[in-house]
Write a new protein. Sequence first.
Length: 171
Amino acid sequence: MLTELDGNLMTRYGREFSFQFYHWGTMAAALRWKRTSDERFVQFIRAQAQVALDQPAWTRARFENTCAPLEGLATAAAVLRGRDDAEIALRRRIHERIDAEMTKNRALQIQPDQTRLQLADGAYRSLPRLRDFSGAFLAGLFEPYTRIDLTGHCLSVMVKLAGEHQRSSQR
């Protein structure tokens, strides 16, 4: 049953990229590759990463939390790490995108004792209960709300990047 699902999903999303499915599909393919050593999963991850990097959604999301798709890119970088030299350019592009997006995403994290949000043109909104959400990530610069899944995606990216950094420093 799972083998049939693998094939169906890779065929469907290989033809029709979905920014919303990308991170889930990449993480599932990485897990399936780890368990089966089937190179089709690596090929899918590579192709999806290349398409994801070229999506216009990055421009549209320049003020939004983008941790979910970064979760997919961080997974792709980890899978492609240590493979042949042909992957170096793709991994470089992945890390450049992650670095740029995480700079923005980290600025969306609510800080300890933070009680106000900066709005446009130097205006602020005072929110005394904001400190109750310290550590959470906002949906976007102009979307002053949190969701646990947004914070979970950001946490996952940071953990994956820390693991990648740790593996690099051990070499």
